[in-house]
Ligand binder design. Structure first.
Ligand SMILES: NC(=O)c1ccc[n+]([C@@H]2O[C@H](COP(=O)([O-])OP(=O)(O)OC[C@H]3O[C@@H](n4cnc5c(N)ncnc54)[C@H](OP(=O)(O)O)[C@@H]3O)[C@@H](O)[C@H]2O)c1
Length: 253
């Protein structure tokens, strides 16, 4: 008698994204770009968004396969965001990677910056998610991934507004996951430590100093992309409501 081997399915693409359509925000550079490249290699069809139309198109042009879409949008513009949802159609996965960061000790933080960080990092992904759900644009079996940060889980001097916006994502992701499980849709968050991107390397001295604190070294964009592949694929079909840390072994203070 032959017994079926459940791992044969993995070899046939359980970890792949063949036939899936994935929306990636912040895809014009950094982590979002790496997520786009990895998803395309795994067989997904992509809808990519970011503000810079030229950089976004060059990401689409660099993908191995064809049939992907670039939809440039400022996600803090609510009418543009609603149009994005109309234009993007049905999807099986969403990676909310668009985000901004800025050093701002709480004593000096400006109202404008506080609003901008919350609007970009928290309100935009939540409104986008709500719009997609209200149009039933995320298919059953779908997966929503929020790019949070270890800043949401630990204290970092000068990162109050950013950390708050990333903690808010986690706070909302958990009830969302419970609400969506009835529709067969999952929601999870990734919490990377420092990843080497344009966002973190503006101040080279700061970056070099912080790098020394990471026993496994700071992350590269592809490290986050590998995790995204798992959470978007059917290999994680029972995983929802979780926060997955990719912190390179850094000691929290
Ligand atoms: N890098 C890290 O160390 C790290 C660690 C933990 C978490 N994260 C999180 O991971 C995500 C990606 O970070 P990253 O390092 O890849 O950042 P990045 O290189 O600066 O890229 C940010 C992306 O977000 C897009 N974006 C920003 N504001 C937008 C807006 N209003 N509307 C539409 N798109 C907007 C940018 O688009 P345009 O350039 O086209 O304007 C860009 O594609 C962020 O949410 C970040 O907080 C990063």
């Amino acid at each position: 008698m032959t017994t079926s081997n459940p791992f044969t399915a993995a070899a046939r693409g359980l970890y792949g994204l063949e036939g899936k359509r994935i929306l990636v925000t912040g895809a014009s550079q950094g982590i979002g770009r790496a997520v786009a490249l990895s998803c395309a290699e795994a067989g997904a069809q992509l809808v990519l968004t970011g503000r810079d139309a030229q950089r976004l198109q060059s990401v689409v042009d660099s993908l191995a396969s064809t049939g992907h879409q670039a939809l440039p949008v400022d996600l803090t513009d609510m009418s543009a965001l609603r149009q994005l949802v109309v234009d993007c159609g049905l999807v099986d996965g969403v990676v909310h990677s668009a985000g901004i960061r800025g050093l701002s000790p709480m004593k000096m933080v400006g109202d404008g910056f506080l609003r901008e960080v919350m609007e970009t990092n928290y309100i935009a992904p939540m409104v986008l998610t709500r719009q997609l759900l209200s149009r039933s644009a995320i298919r059953a079996g779908g997966s929503i991934l929020f790019l949070s940060s270890i800043a949401a889980l630990t204290g970092t001097v000068g990162l109050g507004p950013y950390a708050g916006s990333k903690a808010a994502l986690i706070g909302t992701m958990r009830p969302l996951a419970l609400e969506l499980s009835k529709r067969g849709i999952r929601a999870n968050a990734l919490a990377p430590g420092i990843v080497q991107t344009p966002l973190t390397t503006i101040d080279a001295d700061w970056f070099d100093a912080i790098r020394k604190r990471y026993p496994l070294d700071v992350g590269q964009t592809e490290d986050v992309a590998w995790a995204c592949l798992f959470f978007l694929s059917d290999a994680s079909k029972k995983v929802t409501g979780t926060v997955f840390s990719l912190d390179g072994g850094v000691e929290y203070t």
